[in-house]
Write a protein that binds this ligand. Structure first.
Ligand code: ZN
Ligand code: ZN
Length: 496
């Protein structure tokens, strides 16, 4: 069978798995298989691709299916790789469970437990004697999952079942040791500045959900390096006195590490949150358009200045590298996840992590959850993006003069971001700066989108920039000024 190429113009969207005869969506939010039949609709609904792009993708997929009948199968017909094989590219690898008494596989601990209780009468027995933890993949998502066991890349032995957790742990230890050794070496040779750069670069290079683990390790190494290089055994006490993080986090019902887990990136099992982040992609794309479209350089100098009377030297603009932009975006994505995960089901109850939501914020999150529960694909991403933008607006424009600083979900999130997962303590001022810079940048980008969007947000009652200055609406410059004074300057919202 001949290898068929996907045309250059759509190759960034679709991947072909030639071994199994499967088409895959490449988007970081999807990374799952597509049928030839469903491809066009998927690109339209989930990625808002243009007709021309969709047509090209569809035609090449159909050509592929004509040539190779395997590509004609639907999600039930696709062959699964054998258990214990190497992970298939493009697809995410999920943490999963296997029933020890049959071949039942799932990514849900609750489900494997229910299955064993019911099918094998194992109620009350220890978890360890009922299921094994392993790594799983599935070609399709969204309730069409059929899993197989993949070799755990972290131990490389293909040991699918027991002893795996142990091996992973050991590897973690080894990696940490290695990290330390690397630092020592780099210091000895090229000096710490150089090493920081390279570690920083390595950190940036990594992408995708799975690599996040590695990223945390690298960042931890970078942190340690910074500390060594500057010999800054800093005054954590006065820092904490200043930030009051310990007081904020003492209100959480969980310990620090558990609280921190509320920020994690959604795994393959959290398909709803992953779907929501697609809506975030839309918002981000629109906001970046707006920024590119903003020719009011002088006004944008004010946008970055937290001072009431002094404009910044530089206007608000894109970060230097797209990788930095990705990093910033991920910080906001985690904030979105944090909000959706922590809002209590019962609106009278306080949240488990101590974050406080206004009734408007709560309403916005509930709307989002409703859409996701009713299968977010039906309503379409733009509707979900509206709801998510509404939530962002409720956060950004929250009036903190009537609330305590940490009653802002964003400020609370920033406090939780102060936790250093690896060191099991708080971050110091040095390595917190990046986080603050990233979150602030996204905040300003979104604020710009709320104030002078290139395209209007009719559902939110926000006029587009083109409408400003007409009729009763204030001009672009005035709108920028008003919004900034209300929400972005010292003494209003900005924690800068
Ligand atoms: Zn997709
Ligand atoms: Zn079973």
């Amino acid at each position: 069978m001949s290898r068929m190429e996907i045309p250059q113009s759509v190759a960034h969207l679709i991947a072909v798995n030639d071994d199994f005869g499967v088409l895959l969506c490449r988007s970081a939010r999807c990374r799952h298989a597509l049928t030839v039949k469903g491809l066009g609709e998927h690109l339209r609904k989930s990625h808002l691709e243009t007709l021309a792009v969709r047509r090209e993708a569809k035609e090449s997929a159909q050509a592929l299916a004509r040539q190779d009948a395997r590509f004609q199968r639907d999600h039930r017909g696709v062959e699964l790789p054998i258990d214990g094989s190497a992970p298939q590219p493009t697809l995410p690898v999920a943490d999963g469970f296997r029933c020890l008494f049959c071949h039942f596989l799932t990514v849900s601990r609750v489900k494997v437990r229910m299955h064993a209780n019911k099918e094998h009468s194992k109620k009350g027995e220890e978890d360890d004697s009922v299921y094994a933890r392993l790594k799983l993949q599935s070609w399709f998502g969204w309730k069409r999952e059929r899993y197989w066991v993949v070799r755990d890349a972290t131990n490389g032995l293909g040991e699918a079942a027991n002893g795996q957790g142990e091996a992973t742990k050991q590897l973690g230890e080894a990696t940490r040791g290695l990290g330390e050794a690397t630092i020592g070496l780099d210091e000895a040779t090229s000096g710490p500045g150089e090493a920081t750069n390279r570690l920083g670069e390595a950190t940036n290079e990594l992408d995708g959900i799975k690599e996040d683990v590695q990223r945390w390790r690298d960042e931890a190494a970078e942190r340690r390096l910074t500390l060594l290089a500057t010999s800054l055994v800093f005054e954590l006490d006065s820092w904490l006195n200043y930030t009051k993080w310990h007081a904020v986090l003492s209100k959480s019902r969980y310990d620090m590490l558990q609280t921190y887990k509320f920020l994690r990136f959604p795994g393959p099992e959290e398909s709803q949150l992953r779907h929501l982040l697609r809506a975030w992609d839309l918002i981000k794309a629109r906001a970046l358009d707006t920024l590119e479209d903003s020719d009011h350089k002088d006004a944008l100098k004010w946008w970055v200045s937290p001072k009431n009377e002094v404009a910044s030297q530089h206007p608000f603009e894109l970060p230097q590298s797209s990788r930095t932009l990705d990093k910033y975006s991920r910080m906001w994505e985690q904030f979105i996840c944090y909000m959706v995960r922590t809002v209590p089901a019962d609106s009278d109850k306080p949240t488990k992590t101590g974050v406080v939501y206004t009734s408007e914020q709560r309403q916005a999150i509930e709307d989002i959850q409703d859409s996701l529960d009713n299968d977010g694909t039906n309503k379409g991403l733009p509707a979900l993006a509206n709801e998510l933008m509404q939530l962002c607006r409720q956060v950004i424009t929250q009036d903190l003069s009537v609330a305590k600083l940490y009653d802002s979900p964003l400020m609370h999130y920033l406090a939780v971001r102060g936790i250093d997962e690896n060191a099991e303590g708080f971050r110091g001022p040095m390595d917190y700066t990046n986080i603050l810079a990233g979150v602030l940048w996204m905040l300003r980008l979104l604020a710009l989108e709320l104030a002078i969007p290139s395209r209007p947000w009719p559902e939110l009652g926000i006029p587009g920039k083109g409408e400003l200055g007409k009729g009763k609406l204030a001009s672009v410059g005035e709108t920028i000024k008003t919004f900034r004074l209300a929400h972005l300057v010292e003494g209003s919202f900005s924690p800068a």
